[in-house]
Design a protein around this ligand. Sequence first.
Ligand code: AMP
Ligand code: GLY
Length: 423
Amino acid sequence: MKIMVVGGGGREHALIQKIAENPKVSQIYALPGNGGIAAQAECVPIGAKDIDGICRFAAEKGIDFAVVAQDDPLVLGAVDALNAIGVPCFGPDKKAAAIEGSKVFAKELMRKYHIPTAAYQVCGSIEEARDYLDQAAYPLVIKADGLALGKGVFICQDRQEADQAVTVIMEDKKFGASGDRIVVEEYLTGPEVSVLAFTDGHVLEPMVSSMDHKRIGDGDMGPNTGGMGTVAPNPYYTPEIARRCREEIFLPTMEAMNREGRPFKGCLYFGLMITAGGPKVIEYNCRFGDPEAQVVLPLLQSDLLEIMLAVSEERLAETEVRFSDQAACCVIAASQGYPGSYTGGLPIETGHMDGAILYHAGTKLQDGRLVTAGGRVLGVTAVAPTLNQARDKAYEEIQKIHFPGVYYRRDIGKRALAALEQN
Ligand code: AMP
Ligand code: GLY
């Protein structure tokens, strides 16, 4: 089979490594891929948002199956366009991808179907937003409606901070049309859990839970990033919480999408907060998380491609989805300056990973040499019987990575370990 994967980050590297394990696979193309993916797949310089280019390439190469892994092509309708030319895909169509593409849509869905989430108000203009913020209780959370590279969420302690957020999103239009509307949300507290789930619209199979570390600095300080590291499983996701999530959130969400005429097929990502009042949805994503995929996929024991084909053909019920009961830890090595501005093109030495997996994210090959090409550059994942061992191994191996200004958090998994000790 000829497989095409759309995207080029650490998540796509993890997906490709797993897909390549299937003996039916003869060739994998990555659009655009990265410097590490190039070892397993042919990287093709077509951007993930270039839907026409992606379709032309798929037709030309006779692609048998496409995996659209990144949010923007999904929200732009890449799956619809590929299906229209007869290429089956893993990933939701445009109507279903709205669950991530519009936070207003996601919140209205949850309100209509009584799915637990933070209370909220939608504001469609700056005046409306300022009037609402005058009488709101603080702290609160302001979110741009559309995609914003994970940077469209502002936690506001007071009216002044809320005003600044409205200015950035709605007046300066930092995220373009994504900021035409905002969602103002109640501020929730509690540990966060990411749960990715395979669903074909009929059944839903949650994967092993994970914990992201979104802030740039140790102790969860500083600005938000795409994610600086992950661990799996997440100790806050107890069997009782898992049961409640399934009954109160996962299945109702799948059903709600069906009732709205937007059946979701692909990987549905639940960003959850375990509050004193039970689990609540913080966000939905219409794809695998990055770097959640880098800890979840190494623990998957079943064949990923077979699951993806089953999702696309709506026969997930008869397909095995099994995970190892080991633990995984992924630490991201980032460019100096990220999530602000940073320089690319710096030479990278990765050394030889011994008992860990190296996932490439922002890397590229330049004249045969590996150089940095993004904020999050590499991820090191270790799998071991305990989280403690996985964490130690990931930190041991990441020391072999060198490029000028390399930065990584030192406390990935620390909070999870502390929670395990309390249990
Ligand atoms: P999101 O991109 O929607 O996941 O938001 C990014 C981060 O902001 C989340 O991981 C949370 O840590 C935080 N956040 C989002 N919504 C809320 C909320 N309603 N209450 C508290 N924190 C939130
Ligand atoms: N790690 C969070 C995300 O993929 O959205």
